[in-house]
Design a protein around this ligand. Structure first.
Ligand code: 5GP
Length: 179
């Protein structure tokens, strides 16, 4: 599987170390508050489990399943909710856990949707951030890694549902997705 990568950007050890640092920030920022981590399926699952276990405060966890509308028919950034939250988030501090923020359209939709449920606060924590690709201004409070504009896989991020189980993060070889 690793041979399909052009380059490893971050090793498993680097990823775990960085997640612990971010978890430390989140634990001190949200101590004594009513925090729920909302992971966006499926990519954010690996990040969510590592992050949640590295926190030193008790938190609730929940999952949001989304499907982007197919290109061509799409209103950009409009998504369909395929699995809604189980927890009622009214009055809670919500931290959306994302695998990657790219153009930011998906996240803008999710933030607007969750806002209608009157949480106490909403914020975003992403595993990787492609800030140079942003089309809309999304407040990303926590980001583990800033990455260049290349297609990356691993640690939850997929290509055609594959490679999520890579323990590192890397740039996929062009011949894999051009074949
Ligand atoms: P956006 O922020 O552009 O609305 O949407 C982000 C989504 O685009 C992510 O959830 C992910 O599915 C996909 N995406 C964007 N860049 C990459 C990448 O480099 N690798 C992978 N695996 N998915 C990406």
């Amino acid at each position: 599987m690793i041979e399909d990568l052009e380059k490893i950007l971050f090793t498993e050890e680097e990823i775990h170390r960085r997640i612990k640092e971010v978890a430390g920030e989140i634990s001190s920022d949200y101590r004594g508050r009513d925090l729920v981590l909302v992971a966006v399926l499926k990519g954010a699952v690996f990040f969510m489990t590592h992050l949640a276990q590295a926190l030193s405060i008790p938190v609730r966890i929940d999952f949001l399943g989304i499907e982007s509308f197919s290109p061509g028919r799409a209103l950009p950034g409009v998504v369909r909710i395929s699995k809604d939250l189980d927890i009622a988030i009214q009055g809670m501090d919500v931290l959306i856990i994302e695998d990657i923020v790219d153009m930011g359209l998906t996240l803008r939709y999710l933030l607007n949707m969750l806002q209608e449920r009157h949480p106490h606060s909403t914020a975003v924590c992403t595993f990787v951030n492609k800030a140079t690709r942003r089309l809309v201004d999304i407040p990303v409070k926590y980001s583990c890694f800033e990455i260049p504009d290349r297609f990356v896989v691993g640690f939850g991020l997929d290509y055609g549902q594959l490679y999520r189980n890579l323990t590192c993060l890397g740039i996929l070889k062009k011949e894999i997705y051009q074949s």
